[in-house]
Every structure is written in C-alpha cells, then in structure tokens.
Design a protein around this ligand. Structure first.
Ligand code: NAI
Length: 286
C-alpha cells in the first residue's frame, strides 16, 4: 500500500503485465504503465472507451485506476539510438519521449520516484524458426528486446527506485530445458535474463537496496504467446503433466508479483520463482 509501480509491457488486458498491474493495484499500489509505441493508440482508445472496464474490476469491486500510460520502445535507450526510418514512421511520430532514458526522466518529473519496476515484455522476430535456422539479426533482436531491455530499464530507473524497492521480470523454462518451438534465440534471451537477474540483484542490492527477481511463468494465451503458435499445445501439455492439473491464470502470476514486491519477500532477491503449477519439477510426463 502507498507504493508506486511502473509496469513495462502492457498493451491489452490478456497478458501477464495487465494481471500484475491488477494485483499490485488491489494491494493499494499506484499504477503507471509503459506501452509499446505501435500499440499505444489502440490501447489508450480501448481504455478510454471502456473496453477494459470488465477486466479492471478489483476484488473489492472498484475499478483499477491507471495514473498514467507512457509510450515505450524498450529497444532504444536514448534518442540518439533511434534510426531515421523509425523516427519518421507515423506510428512513432505521434508520440514523444519513448526511449528508456527519456521515460525514466519523465516518470521522475511526473511522480518523483517509484517502488516497483516490472518488465513484462519480450519480442523475437524469428521466434517461430528453430535456433539452427535463426539469423544473427533475429537472434540479436530477440536479446535486445527481451534481455537488454531489462538491463536498460533497471539502469535508468534505479536512481528513482526507493530503497527497499523491488524489480520483477517474466521468464520461461525454455531458458534451461529444451522447448522445441520456442525459437529465434528466445530461449537464449530468457537464459540471459535469468543470469542477469542474479548479477543485477547483487549490483542493485548493494547500491540501492533494491531486490531483483524473475518469475518463470507457465503458459498463458496472451497476444505474444499466440504469435508463437504453440500455446494451446503447451497449455494442454501442462494440464496433462503438471503436478497441479488446472489451467494457470494470469492472476496467479500477478499475485506472486505482488508478494515479491511486498515486505513479505524482503529477503528474496536474485531468484527465479516458478509459477507454473509445478511443471518445472517433472522429469517425465506421466
Ligand atoms: P503480452 O503480449 O501481453 O506482453 C508482451 C508485451 O511486450 C506486449 O504488450 C508488447 O507490446 C510488448 N513489447 C514488445 N516489444 C516491445 C518493445 N520493443 N518495447 C516495449 N514493449 C514491447 O504477452 P505475455 O505473454 O504476457 O508476455 C509478458 C512476459 O511474460 C514476456 O516476457 C513473456 O516472455 C513472458 N512469459 C509469457 C508466457 C506465456 O505463456 N504467455 C510464459 C512465460 C513467460
């Protein structure tokens, strides 16, 4: 309660970012969102027209309030990094201050500080290709959007995260076990994200008393996951093989994020927390 959260990677009400926002709001946090520039217009319009009102309902019956939505493209750190074709692209030209450094500055100006930073975004242009068929460009794009984006966000926000604050990202078991179909270097990107979670926990902990954890989430039918193409199969597989044979709800991941951001988790940092109905613990399907 009384905390402020910035959640990067919300562009509709289907993904983990939205569910995390709701759980944090239910716990009394003020919510700021970072939305991918090309998706911003439709997200804000839908929000304004009440399209998300049903999914904004919190357990106490009130509607989740969003204090501000910031345009964000997490593959660019500062305006100097933005190539001409993006600068002049009409979906980008309508917004401003959407590089990571600029957003951190704007949030500081608008609100002063935050307590919770959430990274709930990923992108791998060649995700449907096996690793052996992935180009260098595709691989590096996956790492840039899905791993370095987190390093950059934390780096730029850290000075305005209050001591005792908490940072959370979302990862997937394909980082450590073979998940055919999760290609394009996305498995590599998640491995980097998990390793960085440990190193960043050390650096942010020593420097700013900020905790850094990642949630290894089970399969959810989000927009991003549907683009990969095998999400229904992964949900069925989990239902058949996990210790808990139920569909995973985004809310279960949201609630874990709220726990990790709270003082209840004050000694947890550098951790990969599995929220997957226990599937990660299985050795064989049965
Ligand atoms: P989602 O589609 O709700 O979220 C992904 C978001 O990333 C979208 O809002 C998209 O606009 C945004 N995005 C993409 N490129 C961006 C960029 N350059 N700058 C800013 N935003 C950008 O999908 P989902 O699945 O909820 O993804 C959230 C996180 O959860 C991701 O890290 C994903 O890898 C992770 N995850 C998802 C699982 C699933 O089954 N859905 C399983 C385990 C982890």
């Amino acid at each position: 309660t009384g905390k402020r959260a910035f959640i990067a990677g919300v562009a509709d009400d289907n993904g983990y970012g939205w569910a995390i926002a709701k759980s944090l709001a239910a716990a009394g946090a003020e919510i700021l969102l970072g939305t991918w520039v090309p998706a911003l217009n439709i997200f804000e319009t839908s929000l304004r027209r009440g399209k998300f009102d049903e999914s904004r309902v919190l357990p106490d019956g009130s509607l989740m309030e969003i204090a501000k939505v910031y345009a964000l493209d997490a593959v660019f750190d500062s305006p100097e990094d933005v190539p001409e074709d993006i600068k002049t692209n009409k979906r980008y030209a309508g917004s401003s201050n959407w590089t990571v450094k600029e957003i951190a500055e704007c949030v500081k100006e608008d609100f002063g500080s935050i307590d919770i930073l959430v990274h709930s975004l990923a992108n791998g242009p060649e995700v449907t290709k096996p690793l052996l068929e992935t180009s260098r460009k595709g691989y590096l794009a996956a790492i840039s959007a899905s791993s370095y984006s987190y390093v950059s966000l934390l780096k730029h926000f850290l000075p305005i995260i209050n001591p005792g604050g908490s940072s959370i990202s979302l990862t997937y078991i394909a980082s450590e076990r073979i998940i055919p179909g999760y290609g394009g270097g996305m498995s590599s990107a998640k491995a980097a994200l998990e390793s960085d979670t440990r190193v960043l926990a050390f650096e942010a902990g020593r420097k700013h008393k900020v905790r850094v954890n990642t949630i290894s989430a089970g399969p959810l039918r989000s927009r991003a996951a549907k683009a990969i193409g095998f999400i229904d199969m992964m949900i069925d597989y989990s239902m058949a093989n996990a210790p808990l044979q139920k569909e995973l709800s985004a809310e279960e991941v949201g609630n874990t994020a709220a726990f990790l951001a709270s003082p209840l988790a004050s000694a947890i940092t550098g951790a990969v927390i599995y929220v997957d109905n226990g599937l990660n613990a299985m050795g064989v399907g049965i």
